[in-house]
Design a protein around this ligand. Structure first.
Ligand code: IPE
Ligand code: IPE
Ligand code: MG
Length: 253
């Protein structure tokens, strides 16, 4: 290990020691943004930014396991991202196949459970096959649950829940008065999972961009100017450190 890397590792270990182990967020969600700007700054094509973003995914998944986070949700592709040039979209799908091919064994060895959320029916078949295969390989793992949000949109997720609940209503499986917040939560992609405690958005944008609209009701938000490909364990540690200083009141006093 080089000197600079070693110094960074010691630095990370120092912050990690200062974390309150009893107050690690159970669920961290990240809007991975800034790949395009990272590439532009270097005169690269955008796809190279996404490739560098994939390396950040590797680092942050590993770091999240080490810190003891139970659920990590990564926003990889939104329902609005189809507006991008077809080459960029195809490049992203190919990168996902590459990532899963390269990483699934290591994720499995590290007890990570992969779980894709979003409307996968629109995802190219070769990609979907790889997704199903990776979910199958890791399905019994009990460590970190890694949600990858792909063709995910918070509004489309709520529309889907409406349809599922409406169909139970029409078939008489449930009664109108049975519908409550739990029923809605149970019909979202994240059914059975805790809401994100902490939502992180790098790259300087201060918006949610259709991410986890229902689940984020009481999430703590953390923003940073760092572009996603530059995101490192130290940034995640800093976000958690700041999170631990927040006073979550959930409407109380
Ligand atoms: C990655 O960053 C987010 C994805 C949709 C994959 P962007 O590609 O949005 O990067 P910027 O915002 O153009 O810098
Ligand atoms: C949000 O980033 C979507 C993902 C990170 C997958 P965008 O780059 O698409 O968001 P906007 O367009 O800046 O709101
Ligand atoms: Mg962006």
């Amino acid at each position: 290990m080089g000197f600079i890397k070693k110094r960074q590792k010691n630095f990370d270990e120092e912050i990690e020691k200062k974390l309150d182990k009893n107050n690690v967020p159970k669920h961290v969600a990240i809007i991975m943004d800034g790949n395009g700007r990272w590439a532009k700054k270097r005169g690269f094509i955008r796809t190279l930014g996404h490739r560098a973003g994939m390396e950040a995914v590797r680092r942050i998944v590993k770091a999240s396991s080490e810190i003891g986070i139970k659920y990590l949700t990564l926003y990889a592709f939104s329902t609005e991202n189809w507006k991008r040039p077809v080459d960029e979209v195809n490049g992203l799908m190919d990168l996902l196949i590459e990532y899963l091919g390269r990483e699934v064994n290591e994720l499995n060895e590290n007890n990570v459970k992969l779980n894709f959320i979003g409307d996968l029916s629109m995802i190219p078949e070769k990609c979907r096959i790889k997704i199903k295969e990776s979910e199958e390989i890791t399905k019994n793992n009990t460590g970190l649950t890694l949600n990858i949000a792909l063709n995910y949109g918070g509004r489309s997720e709520i529309v889907r829940a409406f349809k599922m609940i409406g169909s139970s209503l029409l078939s008489g499986k449930i009664d109108l008065n049975d519908i409550d917040e739990n029923v809605i939560a149970d019909n979202l992609y994240t059914s059975g999972q805790p809401d994100p405690d902490l939502i992180i958005r790098p790259s300087g944008e201060l918006r949610i961009s259709n991410f986890m609209l229902w689940q984020s009701a009481y999430s703590e938000l953390w923003f940073s100017d760092v572009l996603w490909p530059d995101f490192e364990k130290k940034h995640l540690l800093q976000a958690i450190f700041d999170y631990q200083k927040r006073n979550r009141r959930f409407g109380g006093i």
